[in-house]
Design a binder for this molecule. Structure first.
Ligand SMILES: [Zn+2]
Length: 266
């Protein structure tokens, strides 16, 4: 018994191996998860599992071609919209931003690689990550991008209720990646959000941003926005496969961006 090695995990290298194996053109992959409620049928660490397992799958598929390396997972991020639920752990915006900036500084200090692909398992981190990318570039000359797995997979639910949290997409991917963590017997009882129009108005309106929460009775009754009853392992597998294929172009683009780093005005 013992854990099996993952040769492209930074943490499993020895210090002399770092300078021998990593280069300026290597791409570091940073999984970011969250510890937050995902309804009664999915565990608190759903976003950690998704970010980490997808990162490993990406590295297994493209690691040799693009020289990918897995960084240790950041498991706690911005989950204030779920803080009503026992077990949800969240950082403040300031701390999360400072943590990522510090990570960037440490990467530049400790590693030869100058490319960073963040694999973001939690949608609530999107806004801040978009802005942090520019700071990582302008302040640290770190060439970075953020992969949003569910959007990269191009999966639309086609359901009456938009799939936001703990619904068909997330449940499907968990059924594919970590089936033993899904409480299947609790899926059938999942409820639709009370007012579907509220999801459109409070979450998806591009004209206005609202501080929506999953304990808002207009959005959710049991912490879920979406319909996990539509989930299946096959669908999850298809989403994972489509994400892995789409990521090829992301890594190619990231390397292309690196070749323009010195040329574009920062
Ligand atoms: Zn999630």
């Amino acid at each position: 018994m013992g854990r099996s090695p993952f040769p492209r995990s930074l943490g499993e290298l020895t210090f002399p191996e770092v300078s021998r194996k990593l280069k300026e053109s290597s791409i570091l992959c940073l999984p970011i998860g969250a510890i937050e409620q995902h309804g009664a049928h999915l565990p608190l660490n759903t976003d950690v599992v998704v970010a980490e397992e997808l990162t490993r799958a990406l590295i297994a598929r493209w690691g040799d071609q693009f020289d990918l390396w897995q960084l240790p997972t950041l498991s706690i991020s911005l989950s204030l919209e779920h803080d009503w639920a026992p077990g949800t752990l969240s950082l403040s915006v300031q701390t999360f931003a400072a943590l990522l900036k510090e990570m960037g500084r440490e990467i530049v200090r400790a590693l030869p690689a100058r490319n960073l692909a963040i694999v973001n398992g939690h949608g609530g981190n999107r806004g801040i990550l978009e802005n942090l990318l520019r700071e990582l570039r302008s302040d640290l000359a770190l060439n970075a991008c953020v992969i949003h797995p569910f959007d990269l997979a191009g999966a639309t639910s086609g359901a009456a209720v938009r799939d936001v949290h703990g619904g068909a997409r997330e449940t499907s991917v968990m059924l594919a990646l970590a089936p033993d963590l899904v409480r299947r017997d609790l899926i059938a009882g999942a409820e639709q959000p009370p007012v579907p129009d509220s999801v459109a108005a409070l979450i998806f309106d591009r004209g206005v941003t609202w501080p929506w929460r999953t304990d808002d009775p207009r959005l959710a009754r049991t912490g879920i926005i979406g319909d996990p009853r539509e989930a299946s392992a096959e669908r999850g597998r298809a989403m994972v496969d489509s994400m892995i294929e789409a990521a090829r172009d992301v890594f190619a683009r990231l390397l292309e961006n690196q070749s323009f780093m010195g040329k574009a005005a920062r």
